[in-house]
Design a protein. Structure first.
Length: 392
C-alpha cells in the first residue's frame, strides 16, 4: 500500500427534508452575509430557492444572489461573482445545485480570498491556499464536489477546461435530500451515475500497490451504482435508489476509494475535459464516450486489474485467462453505459471532430496534464489523438 492522508471535514446532513436545516447550518457556521449561488430555473421552479430564501430571512442572514451557472461552469460568471462578493462584503457562499454550481462557488471563493487573477489557480501559476467558506444544497448526484477538494472551470475566452484542487475549498457542510433529484431528466440522471462510476474507476485503475479494503469499498460502490442506475431507468422516483446514488456520489470523490493507492489514472477525465471545453458536452456522457477506447489501448498494462474489475464489478465469468476476461469486462461496462442511455462513441455523443480538432484536443490535453497524462499507461500526444479517433 501507499501512504496516504485522508481528510473529509464536510458535515453531511442527509435525508428527506434535510434542506429545512440549511438556515440553521449557515448560522452554526457563522455566516454574516451570504452569496446564494445557483444555476438555471429548475431550482426556482421547484420552489427550493424560495424555501432557502425564507430560511435566510428567518435566521436574519442578509444575502445577495447570483444565478446562471451552466454545465461546464464559466470563468466569466466566476469573475462576476468575485466582484459581487467583494462589493457586497459577502463572507459565506451557499451553492444550491450540482457539481457545476459548487465548482463555480469554489472558484469565486478562491478569487475573493486569493486576490489577483483567479484563472492563475487553474493555469498552474498559483495554488489556492484560502477560500471563502462554502455550504452546498445538492440537487444533482454526480460530481461529488460537495465533499471533494476538486474544482473544474471552463475559460470562455480560450475554451480551456482546467481543474485545480485545494482542501481550503472543501464545503463546510452539504445538505443532501435525495428527493431533490427526482425532477431530473433521465439523461441527466444517467450522466450523474456515469460520472460517479468514473470517479471510482479512475482511482481503481492504477499502476501501483493497492489495499484490499480500499478495493472492496470501491468495488461495492461501483456495483451499487450499476444496480441502482438500472432501477432509476425504470423507476425514476424510487427514493431508495436515489439515496444510494447520492451517497455513492459523495464517497466516490472524497478520497475514500483512493486510500492507499497511487492516486489512479485520470486520463479519461483529461480527455473528456477537452471535449467539454470544445463541444460543451455533458461531462458524464463525454466520459463514457471515450472510456472504452482508452481502456482498449491500455488494458494490457494492467491485465490483472482489468480482469478483477470484470469479475468483481461487471460480474463477467472467468474466461480462462486474464486477457479475455479483461476484454469482456470492458465490453460489459460499455453495454451497461448503453443500457442507461449513455454514449460509448463520439458519434453517439453527437459530435464528429475533424482531424484539425483532434490535433487541438490532443495538444490541449497534454497542456492540461502538464505532460503525458495517465498512470496505467503514460499517453503520448499520438496516443491521445488515437483514442479520440478510435472513439469516433
Amino acid at each position: 500500500m501507499h501512504e496516504f492522508t485522508y481528510y473529509t471535514p464536510t458535515k453531511v446532513v442527509f435525508g428527506r427534508g434535510s434542506e429545512a436545516k440549511t438556515g440553521a447550518l449557515l448560522k452554526e457556521y457563522g455566516a454574516g452575509k451570504v452569496l446564494l449561488h445557483y444555476g438555471g430555473g429548475s431550482a426556482e421552479r421547484s420552489g427550493l430557492l424560495g424555501r432557502i430564501r425564507e430560511q435566510l430571512a428567518a435566521e436574519r442572514i442578509p444575502f445577495v444572489e447570483l444565478g446562471g451557472v451552466m454545465p461546464n461552469p464559466r470563468l466569466s460568471l466566476v469573475r462576476e461573482g468575485i466582484t459581487l462578493c467583494e462589493g457586497e462584503g459577502v463572507d459565506f457562499i451557499l451553492a444550491v445545485g450540482g457539481g457545476s454550481v459548487i465548482d463555480s462557488a469554489k472558484a469565486i471563493g478562491y478569487g475573493v480570498t486569493g486576490g489577483g487573477d483567479v484563472w492563475d489557480f487553474y493555469d498552474f501559476k498559483r495554488k489556492a491556499e484560502t477560500c471563502l467558506p462554502i455550504g452546498a444544497v445538492l440537487t444533482i448526484a454526480a460530481a461529488g464536489s460537495e465533499m471533494s477538494n476538486f474544482c473544474v472551470i471552463t475559460n470562455d475566452d480560450t475554451w480551456e477546461k482546467r481543474g485545480t484542487k485545494s482542501d481550503a475549498g472543501r464545503p463546510r457542510f452539504a445538505v443532501m435530500d435525495p428527493e431533490l433529484t427526482m425532477t431530473l431528466p433521465p439523461y441527466q440522471t444517467a450522466c450523474g451515475c456515469a460520472d460517479i462510476l468514473m470517479h471510482t474507476m479512475e482511482r481503481y485503475f492504477n499502476h501501483g500497490e493497492n489495499m484490499e479494503l480500499t478495493d472492496g469499498i470501491a468495488e461495492a460502490l461501483m456495483r451499487t451504482v450499476i444496480r441502482n442506475a438500472g432501477i432509476l431507468v425504470k423507476e425514476p422516483e424510487n427514493y431508495e435508489a436515489r439515496a444510494e446514488i447520492m451517497w455513492a456520489g459523495s464517497l466516490s470523490h472524497n478520497g475514500l476509494t483512493g486510500c492507499g493507492t497511487d492516486g489512479g489514472d485520470w486520463a479519461t477525465h483529461k480527455l473528456e475535459h477537452e471535449l467539454g471545453a470544445m463541444f460543451d458536452v455533458a461531462h458524464g456522457a463525454g466520459l463514457t464516450a471515450v472510456w472504452g477506447s482508452w481502456a482498449r489501448l491500455v488494458y494490457g498494462e494492467r491485465l490483472d486489474r482489468f480482469a478483477k474489475f470484470a469479475t468483481n464489478v461487471m460480474n463477467v465469468p472467468w474466461q480462462g485467462n486474464e486477457r479475455e476476461t479483461a476484454v469482456c469486462g470492458i465490453y460489459a461496462a460499455e453495454a451497461f453505459f448503453r443500457s442507461i442511455g449513455m454514449p460509448v462513441t463520439l458519434a453517439e455523443l453527437g459530435i464528429a471532430p475533424t482531424e484539425e480538432q483532434i490535433d487541438a484536443l490532443a495538444e490541449k490535453c497534454m497542456k492540461s496534464a502538464q505532460g503525458m497524462p495517465g498512470i496505467v499507461k503514460k499517453l503520448s500526444r499520438e496516443d491521445i489523438a488515437g483514442i479520440y479517433r478510435a472513439a469516433m
